[in-house]
Design a protein. Structure first.
Lengths: 325, 325, 325
């Protein structure tokens, strides 16, 4: 792959998943692949798992990772073309990106949406401008609308769970369910999970949420949309829990419906479903202690798998770079 | 050792001191010991010496150290069990710790006390929860009540000084004296120094402070408590200067008594005592320029020894991990 | 060289430029030179290019670079001698510098001027105190009045451009021109560029700015000062664009004269001059999009060359250290 900003950048999700699980068995299998290579990790927003797992993944491949917190250590970047920069922005992406592209072999970038202007957020200006101007592969560490390293991890975790506990029916039933939260969150994780599960094609995929929380069809097309959570959960093998704000009434919280928080009772209707969440999770708001601490929770394992997802992606890009030389 | 959060985690302080001094002579003696191992350095509070010396120590052992400023780069952690997380905390330690434990072979953590609630501070909730949930060895980079890497350094520095300048009498007289400050500070360094000197057992140990500044007997038991600084200093070989806020009137400054700041005059009563302080020091508030810049000051050497203390501790944990495999 | 804080620390600028261009051809030529050595990068002010290029340079030499953001991760330092530290400063440079000097083989430091007190800023207290107290080589990552790594980069970029496109006349005409800005900036880059071009001696050097923006003669002596920008630009081969605040009316903005922003029209008078700027640049305030995006702009290449400048300087210091052993 040249860049990694969405599922569309991946030829075969299954091959990438297999590679990730191979690295999990043998973390240092390609410890020389990244020798003499550098990845810059640029954060315009905070990150714990994504940052640390990508650093560990790079290091497992023998690459040097350098973290730069643009929001704290740097200054405000400008993205508009032709603007007279007499305001708060100090440097244009057109100038910063090609410079960073000279310092690093790969650039990985984290940014969040404003949740104020749908068109701006969904234009993914930052990622596209880095791709346009940096001259090196760009890896998304979560963007305004997608979180591909998380979604790859999610598929890896489902696959790993299925390998350990095969199911009888042909395809696992995977349910993405909206959960309550105290403030409006991006649609990234949900969009991205939908995009990847659909692109993977190995699941019977259902998305459930209160009315008004419909995600962009760009990502959910192919999934069954259910407004009745109980019906959606029936015979589910995997339940992915996540809050998001409204896409159509952009960035708004339409409902605080606490009944959407899963409990052991509501989970009874599933096929002893495994529980997933990308973390951080607000306990007893999004998900109850009893479920998070229960034996069906995959959340810790899922977060651990972030390393192998990042390692598979970086290795793929490094191999691609070697072929081009 | 499994963890390193207090003197109680150490079998033999003397062996650890000897190991540290051996590393000082030969920093790269175990440059392969930490190969392929990673330590996460998590800071909930700022740090200069502790952070840098631990990074250097890890690197001397061939380990990779990754710094994460939880307070600045991350978000507020929750520590209470069973709480409904609808407030400011974003992630529970029960979720964060096991994830971090998957990314790192050792986790080192710095936190400070609130100085508002003695029970909360002295419960050392953060350290205990990391030990409970992370699944890897935990190293304290200073906690709410103790600072074991500092105290190990202090013993190393006393030992090193004694080797270079042996004393006639059997045991050196070591005095910990309270000093004035402009704001309330934790009791950590003082508690910890008392705990380590007592556990080491190789000193005649006196603690001196104004009334009301009595430390917890958990740590001072075995030391002589003196309210008369001049009497305490008599024939001292080492004087350790440190401010702390009241333990009993928790977190309060009871006295600004400037007379407690040592001077060349008051030091006349000592046995040409060496002067120690953990730094940072407020000059001419805690200690005078003349003493800090004088030939008996060990403070710079002491701060330099932080590297060897950290290196001995990390090496000990790495050896322990190898034995367990 | 022992330290690197101004052009005066360099015996032969030309040799340093040649070394830098050699590293550009072969980045890993001295990949073992810095083995087992550590450089501490201390930031009292933000930095993007300087920080990242120095990290990359150190790594190319096999050195470990550790970044410490003193302003964010540490605390306020005191520089005055003999002061009673009962205010906001937490640690004296006299205590911090020798400690840092024990942790690192080289210390590199970034600080900015206050622009409030000329005498204080031009005394370069911070750099001088680090040189005095740290006991290891000090590298400026930009100080209150100079930015030597930038200026070395600038000479490298001019040299590189001349090698690729030789000029007919004996010496290139190099013009440093003031440009408008929205807020008062330090004189560092301009001072330093003037100092280096003069010390290099291989250019016909002109400085142009509105009246009142005269730089210190300490640095400009030897250059032609022109108040007429158009006249200054005539037959220029290189035009270096930079804003600075007044040196004489210290730290003030005397003029917002937008006519000083270069355009394609004003550049017509030059000898198809190459355009330089240290970045970050406020587009369409300091320099127009058309010039920055035009084929004569060297700014991206110039920023890329920061790596080779830093690498040549660090290698020089490392060689010097080896000779001293």
């Amino acid at each position: 792959m040249n860049h990694f900003v969405s599922a569309n950048d991946v030829n075969s999700i299954q091959l990438l998943v297999n590679q990730a699980l191979a690295y999990k068995s043998n973390p240092f299998a390609d410890a020389q692949l990244g020798k003499g290579k550098r990845i810059g990790l640029l954060f315009l927003n905070p990150s714990l798992r994504t940052r640390l797992s990508t650093q560990v993944a790079a290091s497992n491949l023998g690459m040097e990772a350098i973290v730069f917190n643009v929001d704290k250590e740097g200054w405000a970047l400008e993205f508009e073309e032709g603007v007279i920069m007499n305001g708060n922005t100090v440097e244009h992406i057109k100038d910063a990106a090609p410079v960073l592209g000279q310092y690093f072999d790969i650039l990985a970038i984290r940014t969040f949406p404003s949740l104020k202007n749908k068109d701006v957020d969904y234009s993914e200006q930052l990622m596209h401008q880095f791709i346009k101007y940096a001259g090196v592969p760009i890896v998304s560490l979560e963007s305004a609308t997608l979180h591909p390293l998380q979604s790859l991890t999610d598929i890896i975790t489902i696959q790993e769970s299925l390998l350990a506990n095969p199911i009888q029916h042909k395809k696992p039933k995977v349910v993405l369910t909206w959960a309550p939260h105290i403030k409006p969150l991006p649609q990234c994780v949900a969009n991205s999970f939908a995009q990847w599960v659909n692109a993977w094609g190995e699941a019977d995929f259902v998305v459930t949420h209160p009315k008004g929380y419909e995600l962009s069809e760009t990502y959910t097309k192919g999934a069954t949309i259910q407004y009745d959570q109980a019906a959606a959960l029936e015979n589910a093998d995997f339940v992915y829990v996540k809050n998001w704000s409204s896409f159509h009434a952009y960035g708004q919280m339409l409902s605080h419906d606490e009944a959407w928080m899963l409990t052991q009772q509501t989970m009874m209707q599933t096929n002893q479903a495994k529980l997933m969440h990308c973390l951080p999770v607000r306990r007893n708001v999004e998900l109850s202690d009893e479920l998070l601490d229960g034996s069906n929770s995959l959340v810790t394992r899922q977060a651990g798998n972030r390393v192998w997802a990042a390692q598979a992606v970086l290795a793929n890009i490094l191999h691609q770079q070697k072929q081009l030389i």
